[in-house]
Design a protein around this ligand. Structure first.
Ligand SMILES: [Zn+2]
Length: 228
């Protein structure tokens, strides 16, 4: 699962997300959920793009931080190309997306070689995950989205090597959708569904369709679990 992305939540380039007024009713911790199309503070660009969305808010795809993407934006004269304005951090209480596909992660760092989508990443002898998107930012910099994460998250300064191409990515920043759970377990995983005390699920345990809450003036999700 991935954090539900909201207005004011950050993009990986440092921009802050802003509302176009498409969602007026669904909140998490009193903050409006962001939806597809919402832009950011870097010149009102960086429209959010959902990836195979299954959770909708007022008819618009909800955004999963770390997993979903965004259009380029511009700060001053500097273009932040696709891969940089990615939704980076969201709600710590409301999660959406499929837990079965493995954790996701975002990395910023130094890229060397022609890293390919789909290849496995190794740090030392350990496979840590798989490349789901890669962007060359110029000047040796890169940003990467990963999925199917396993084991301990890489540390800043560590280098991941692509198994197919031998391309390398040295992390200068890293965000993981997994949490240390339970806190004493020293294992990175998703919070167990049984630990969520105020879950909103469909009858078949599948996913929430927030359109069904249209009759309420608003929904303020403070401890909810939304799965696809
Ligand atoms: Zn930006």
């Amino acid at each position: 699962m991935f954090p539900l992305f909201r207005i004011f939540d950050p993009r990986m380039c440092g921009a802050i997300t802003q509302s176009l007024g498409l969602n007026t009713k669904v909140f998490s911790d009193n903050i409006l959920a962001a939806v597809q199309g919402d832009t950011d503070s870097h010149n009102n660009l960086g429209a959010l793009q959902a990836n195979n969305p299954k959770v909708f808010i007022q008819g618009q795809p909800a955004i999963a931080a770390i997993k979903d993407t965004a259009s380029p934006d511009v700060i001053g004269m500097i273009v932040h190309q696709t891969g940089l304005p990615i939704p980076a951090k969201g709600s710590q209480k409301v999660f959406i997306g499929n837990g079965g596909s493995g954790g996701g992660a975002l990395g910023l760092g130094m890229l060397s070689g022609n890293m390919q989508v789909g290849e496995l990443l190794q740090v030392g002898q350990q496979i840590i995950g798989q490349v789901s998107s890669i962007a060359n930012l110029g000047g040796g910099g890169g940003s990467m989205q990963m999925n199917n994460m396993q084991g301990q998250p890489p540390q800043v300064g560590q280098t991941a090597v692509g198994q197919n191409t031998g391309a390398t990515f040295t992390f200068t920043g890293y965000i993981d959708s997994r949490q240390l759970y339970p806190p004493t377990a020293n294992a990175f995983a998703y919070p167990a569904a049984s630990s969520v005390t105020t879950a909103i699920l469909t009858d078949d345990g599948d996913y929430i369709v927030t359109d069904s809450f249209y009759e309420y003036p608003s929904q303020n999700l403070t401890a909810s679990l939304v799965t696809t």
